[in-house]
Write a new protein. Structure first.
Length: 188
């Protein structure tokens, strides 16, 4: 961690898919083409598919370029992350072990869309228990359960109903959350 005026900066780890990158929009288009019908995200990941279709689906997602052209999820992500980068050490923690073909595409995507981030702080992992940061912003409840710091749930339809962690709504919500953290720290 960087030192700033004699104290250690706090750190924020940020998930990539459905927090920074719009993975679901591409999955919906590609799954429609693969299965020949409209499906919801829940049906894609939890629905009944024969073994051959499942194999084809995961081969498609694991293609080296699959993650390279994802859209940025939220237009405020760049500005908010850049602001936070002034005060916090920002790490990107993506569960790339689930799709090892994605490493290069995810790395290049981050360099293109968030060029101010330090690539030395990109973490390609599986279980985010290995991430050593003060905060983790993620859309997956299980990853937040595994994490040992303060988890922050990034709102998505796939995590509706969970109240285990503070919930943020988009990147403006992230900005508000950390503005409140800074107020708490400065008033103690």
């Amino acid at each position: 961690m960087d030192q700033m005026e004699g104290f250690m900066r706090k750190s924020i780890a940020v998930d990539m898919d459905q927090v920074l990158a719009n993975f679901f929009d591409k999955i919906l288009v590609e799954a429609r083409a693969l299965y020949g019908k409209e499906l919801t995200i829940k049906e894609i990941f939890q629905g009944e598919h024969d073994a051959e279709d499942q194999r084809k689906f995961w081969e498609m997602v694991n293609e080296p370029g699959f993650f390279r052209d994802l859209a940025v999820l939220d237009e405020d992500a760049y500005d908010v992350l850049k602001e936070l980068n002034e005060t916090y050490d920002i790490y990107i923690a993506t569960a790339a072990m689930d799709v090892p073909g994605s490493f290069t595409a995810k790395y290049e995507w981050l360099l293109e869309h968030f060029p101010f981030l330090n690539p030395q702080y990109f973490i390609f992992c599986g279980n985010k228990k290995v991430v050593n940061a003060d905060y983790l912003i993620d859309d997956t409840v299980q990853q937040l359960r595994n994490f040992t710091g303060q988890g922050i749930l990034f709102d998505q339809p796939t995590n509706a109903g969970s109240d285990e962690f503070p919930r943020v709504y988009g990147w403006k919500g992230v900005r508000e959350y950390f503005a409140n953290v800074e107020v708490e720290v400065n008033t103690k």
